[in-house]
Design a protein around this ligand. Structure first.
Ligand code: GLA
Length: 385
């Protein structure tokens, strides 16, 4: 794809790109809605990417081609980006990212760019974060800024929060930046620590798209405020806590009577997810794939009963996993309310399992769900051509 995006650049702009970057999509493995609660996430960068070939130009006009999204070259002025998106245009992800760079004092040149992507759009694999991170990588290379994963992730998040209006955490950007081949990313969101842990051997992740579009804004923000509300309640009993990450399951259970039922369930999901991330690390040490997979099922149960961010299509996909001896474990991945489920399978059985699930799902819902067999992949990078 590197050659393809460089060729697209040359054909479109009749000159050579000077910077190349790529950034992968991501899958959340465990740790659902924990990132904005200063908690823990196990995720992975996957082998589908946004690729950018770029060259700075004189003047103010940026020109961008991205055939997967729009057939024609689009342009905008680098000096007239504004502070928030006024429509649903995909260029907003570029503009919002540029705006965040500008807000940090970086003087940005206008540019021409060609963009290709193999990250499925609107499928819960963070195509938007991979676009943001690929652009940030290009500009860090161009401006010769030292790579700083936390800062780069915050720039991408700033685009989502400030420009797009999606109040998301840092996990998508972190995973795209910090991924490594054959590894999961273990991240922590108070001090922004990140490390990698080796993926159990001979394991693939099979992704199925429920086909239910997840517009995260409303429910996501609602869940976020319920988590904040639960911290306020818990502070009355544990004054030293700052977030749900400071609470364990026993401490939470001890205060159940002081909670509105729904708010308690939200907190239970988040605290349970933090616990499951740590239990997963123990499973990896013991090479206990089955135990790890069980945690995925538990996570999904908690999404159904506590966080209420699943839907019947996702539940059906996870039920298939339960009843099939080809799959170790499965759960919804990402924000939820639609989007994707991930299924942990032995690599040599991945294709069989994939077609079995697609057929079974089609019998019930009348269409074949998009599906991808994913491997953990290297995180984002840029290079000068
Ligand atoms: C979305 C957000 C992430 C994270 C997940 C839920 O993917 O972008 O920041 O909160 O939902 O874990």
């Amino acid at each position: 794809m590197k050659d393809d995006v460089l060729r697209l650049f040359t054909e479109t702009f009749a000159s050579e790109a000077t910077v190349y970057s790529q950034a992968p999509g991501r899958l959340e493995i465990l740790g659902n809605h924990t990132d904005y609660n200063e908690g823990y996430v196990l995720s992975t960068a996957v082998d589908c990417y946004t690729f950018i070939a770029l060259k700075p130009v004189t003047g103010n006009t940026c020109r961008v081609i991205s055939p997967g999204i729009a057939e024609t070259v689009r342009d905008f002025s680098v000096n007239e980006i504004g502070e928030t998106a006024i429509d649903k245009d995909w260029l907003n992800y570029l503009k919002g990212t540029l705006r965040e760079l500008q807000k940090r004092g970086h003087k940005l040149p206008a540019f021409e760019a060609a963009i290709l992507s193999t990250v499925p759009l609107s499928a819960g694999m963070s195509s938007s974060a991979s676009l943001e991170i690929a652009l940030i990588q290009s500009f860090y290379q161009l401006l010769e800024l030292p790579v700083d994963i936390s800062e780069m992730a915050r720039i991408g998040q700033g685009c989502e929060n400030n420009y797009i209006g999606a109040n998301t955490g840092l996990m998508d950007q972190f995973s795209s930046l910090a991924g490594q081949k054959d590894s999961f990313v273990l991240s922590e969101y108070r001090h922004l620590n990140v490390q990698t842990v080796p993926v159990p051997q001979n394991i693939s992740l099979v992704v199925f798209n429920s086909g239910v579009k997840h517009d995260l804004s409303k429910e996501y923000n609602e869940r976020r405020s319920q988590c904040e509300e639960s911290v306020e309640i818990l502070k009355q009993f544990y004054p030293d806590i700052q977030s749900l990450r400071d609470i364990n399951l026993e401490q939470l259970a001890a205060q159940e009577a002081n909670f509105p039922e729904e708010v308690y369930k939200r907190a239970l999901h988040v605290v349970g997810e933090n616990t499951r991330v740590h239990q997963a690390l123990d499973c990896f040490k013991e090479k206990d794939v089955e135990g790890f997979a069980q945690l995925l099922f538990e996570s999904h149960e908690s999404s159904i009963n506590n966080f209420e961010n699943s839907c019947s299509e996702l539940d059906f996909l996870v039920d298939i996993a339960h009843s099939s001896n080809l799959c170790y474990g499965a759960r919804l991945s990402g924000g939820g309310f639609g989007g994707i489920s991930i299924h942990l399978v032995e690599s040599r059985r991945a294709e069989n399992y994939q077609s079995f699930v697609q057929k079974t799902f089609k019998n019930r819902y009348g269409f074949t769900p998009d599906s991808f067999i994913c491997q953990s992949a290297q995180g984002a990078f840029a290079e000068t051509i």
